[in-house]
Design a protein around this ligand. Structure first.
Ligand SMILES: Cc1cc2nc3c(=O)[nH]c(=O)nc-3n(C[C@H](O)[C@H](O)[C@H](O)COP(=O)(O)OP(=O)(O)OC[C@H]3O[C@@H](n4cnc5c(N)ncnc54)[C@H](O)[C@@H]3O)c2cc1C
Length: 471
């Protein structure tokens, strides 16, 4: 089968123009967006496959946009560390890497300018699940005459294969299980036939500390020391997780005092590691089957259920993305008395009466990552302490996206929708004030499920949380 027919049959790939590469082109351009890695990247492999067929080199383009919402020192430090690692890996693979500074709304124009400089034969772009399914079509004007292929590079089962919004894990799980064997296979890392060696190298920025210092970023959300960005660091974490924590994951994952989870979510969010890399390593690990099963359920079913929600439900970042039964029960309790009632600034400063909640908030602000178990409790209490469910949803999204290294992710919107709006969940009795039949979590019961004293002690010391403490 020739390459075009092969691509057209691959559900990870979409195009408007299944045409051969432009014979006048001098390279294949991969516009890297959310799959920021050189390892196990189906979009990069697609670009290499095209380039090898026409004996041309590959160049990766990255547009750096410091004016987007929540562009902070914390997020950009992590992202640039990752891009430095990726750039070095690309050079090692004889692939070009060019990074340019891009104005907020001019991403496609800047990309078109770059294409005109290097004369693309074909374009590849990775799909970002938070943008409209056809968002990649904005690239097309940049490439008159050249084919544009969009690759779903950050999921195991392609978004198009699932094909519609699913109601819950129990409905998507069998659908995924039926096709998993076909898609959970090594991505492969091809060699390029022709090295990137242009006569005149295009201008590029180095992903360096100097660049970070010069960017117009929100510096009140400081960089964190516990997470270093990059594929190399992600692989090292994966190795340590499999050796030390996977063998007890099914029980230890709900103990935030023990750090029993992989802490790979920031790396997945920036696409610095592929879900394939993690899933295959865990599947083949010498660990008890129940732990492998429990981890795969989170990484494959829950993560891709969240991506399914973001991809097919345009209201995923608001309460309106939740199911009618949940909106009805919350509406019935809209006038219930809320006491205490906290302002956003009090929540942000971890200044509530609840030591467990404050500890979770401090972990997020100081470490840039909150353990998964307190995340559920954290969001539910915001519902209880806010003037409305809608306001609670908005505050939870703002805090999550601002401080979590893995924020602005389908998992965040799905997690908040689950906690506040019963998304992917069901009604629970008895009916309670404020919550109605949305699942409730009490401080006492949550605190008894793990060593909450140790967790609170760990995240209660140090400088006060909130904006004043940001480095
Ligand atoms: C209110 C709330 C907000 C959340 N916000 C985010 C967020 O902004 N970004 C984010 O990545 N996750 C978010 N989650 C989901 C989950 O809590 C985190 O993915 C997980 O805690 C990350 O830690 P880990 O990498 O050690 O997970 P592990 O337990 O090691 O799991 C491995 C991977 O599986 C996926 N995963 C694990 N739990 C879930 C889950 N419940 N739903 C979907 N995928 C999951 C993640 O990609 C994770 O990295 C949120 C959950 C809730 C309830």
């Amino acid at each position: 089968m020739d390459l075009i027919a092969q691509f057209a049959a691959d559900p990870r790939l979409a195009t408007d123009r299944a045409a051969p590469p432009d014979p006048a082109g001098r390279c294949v351009v991969y516009w890297m967006r959310s799959a920021q890695r050189a390892l196990d990247n189906p979009a990069l492999e697609t670009a290499i496959a095209i380039a090898n067929q026409i004996a041309q080199p590959v160049v990766v383009y990255f547009g750096l946009r410091p004016q987007v919402a929540h562009a902070s020192l914390r997020h950009f430090a992590f992202m640039l560390e990752g891009l430095a690692d990726t750039a070095a890996r690309l050079v090692h693979r004889k692939i070009g890497f060019v990074m340019r500074l891009v104005d907020r709304d001019r991403a496609a124009d800047e990309f078109a300018r770059f294409c005109a400089e290097v004369r693309q034969a074909a374009i590849v772009v990775d799909r970002t699940p938070l943008r409209a399914a056809d968002g990649w079509r904005a690239v097309i004007p940049a490439a008159p005459g050249a084919p544009v292929w969009c690759v779903d590079a950050n999921v195991i089962v392609p978004i198009a294969v699932i094909g519609r919004e699913h109601y819950a894990a129990r409905t998507i799980r069998p659908r995924m299980a039926a096709v998993l064997e076909r898609f959970l296979v090594p991505v492969g890392n091809r060699r390029v036939r022709v090295a990137w060696a242009p006569a005149r190298a295009p201008a590029t920025l180095e992903p360096s500390r100097e660049l970070l210092a010069a960017l117009p970023l929100d510096r009140s959300v400081g960089a964190v020391s516990g997470f270093r960005g990059g594929t190399t660091e992600a692989l090292a974490r994966l190795g340590r997780f499999i050796a030390q924590r996977l063998p007890d994951y099914a029980t230890a994952r709900n103990a935030p005092d023990q750090d029993g989870t992989s802490q790979l979510s920031p790396y997945l969010h920036y696409g610095q590691i592929a879900p394939h890399t993690i899933a295959l390593a865990v599947r083949d690990a010498a660990a008890p089957a129940q732990d492998i099963r429990a981890f795969s359920e989170e990484l494959i079913v829950r993560r891709e259920l969240a991506i399914n929600f973001a991809a097919w439900n345009p209201r995923h970042a608001t309460l309106d993305g939740c199911e009618p039964w949940a909106l009805r029960t919350l509406a019935r309790h809209a006038r219930d008395r809320r006491a205490p009632l906290y302002r956003e600034r009090e929540l942000e400063n971890a200044a509530t009466h609840d030591p467990l909640w404050n500890a979770a908030q401090r972990q997020m602000i100081e470490a840039g990552w909150m353990h998964g178990y307190p995340r559920m409790y954290w969001a539910k209490k915001i519902l209880e302490w806010s003037r409305s469910a809608r306001a609670a949803f908005a505050v939870a999204v703002r805090l999550n996206d601002r401080y979590e290294l893995d924020g602005r992710d389908p998992n965040g919107y799905a997690g908040i929708a689950w906690a506040i709006g019963g998304k992917h969940d069901r009604a629970w009795g008895p009916e309670r004030p404020i919550y109605g039949t949305i699942r409730y979590m009490s401080a006492a019961r949550t605190g008894r499920k793990f060593n909450s004293r140790a967790y609170i002690a760990r995240w209660s010391d140090g400088p006060p949380a909130g904006p004043r403490a940001r480095r």
